[in-house]
Design a protein around this ligand. Sequence first.
Ligand code: DGY
Length: 424
Amino acid sequence: MTNPRISPALDEQARAILRGNDRGGYTVPTDGLYPYQWNWDSAFAAWGFATFDLDRAWTELDTLFSAQWDDGMVPHIIFHKPDPGYFPGPDVWGTGKSPETSGISQPPVAATMARLILDIDAQAGRDRIAALYPKMLAWHRWWRDYRCGSGVVAITHPWESGRDNCPDWDIGMRNVDGSNVGEYTRRDTGHVDPSMRPGKADYDRYIAMVQFGRECGWDQAEIVKNGPFLMADPGITFILLRAHDDLAAMGRTLGHDVSEIEGWAADLRAAVPSIWNAETRGYDARDLKTGRFSGRIGSAAFLAYLAGVESPELDVRMTELWDAVRYGFPSADPASADFDPRRYWRGPSWPVVNALMAIGLKDRGHHAAAERLRRETAELIEAHGFFEYFDPIDGTPCGGDAFTWTAAIWLTWAGLAADTKGGA
Ligand code: DGY
């Protein structure tokens, strides 16, 4: 039985956005602002396509993994075709790959999305996942080899977290010298309201980190050891933990020995207590150069549910943050002085993070919370359309419009009339 839907008209608009942002085998996050293939955006796009075109869904993942580096990394941007509307482009990254790519990765949601897609039609997906499986395995091994030296997952650039300017990174960003990066012209602020984007001081430091990577030839071990920024990320830690479980489940179905993945997951799970900050009562980012916690709690802390990690204290903390706003989960703590409800990852509600949180909450039996998250996310999209993110207090739409992953999340989850049993 199919789940009842809120609005066939919005479903059609969402499908039109996915088709409109399709550049032939890959989907851009939105026209103009993000003109290339982005890693985790693409994985969500695949999930969205899977609601009406399974073949196209698998192709999205195939294209993403076609840019995998020899060491297993799947880069965060793939520059398929030149586009002057984005900065920093391939010339700034200088990775020398073909196709050209950035030199960092992004949250590894692909295995989790692949499993959701496979669940729709296991027969139709069997050959596709069989071909993708070794590539996903190599990518997960890359995270283990190059980013899990401290136990949990570290990032070497805020962009790697996907939550670019969230307050979690402020403590590590202070140590990055952005004063010598030279002149450059940002393009993002020509596409959307600059007050909704990261500030100039952040951008100078982002570019300084890219320059460091380029100068050392994107030697990942060197970037981890001597690069300007290294922080433990609760978001990717929980996402990877969940993705390990999903990859192992698919591997078992394919008849593979998955003990290596199970070992990675066990090690990662054992390290999770190292990012619990008793002062802020939450999972917190940590500057791995000094050992200090960021002292900030945001939505990433509550991706714990997605990884099957929970505690009564976490439930209380979730309610404290959530009840301070009206629409979906805030990306930063509304009680903190850093909270900025419309500036990118410093406060807004992101449909895509709401969806990941809801998957975790539902899996852990928190059905009412998962349904509240779906309903509040749906209200935003119904009232304003498929924007990138929203002010969680008054619902103001922010960032890019006609956004791929918001459309995908609508089709797979938010657009259900109610999600107490089925769905995401
Ligand atoms: C950007 O350019 O804003 C991206 O988030 C980097 O990945």
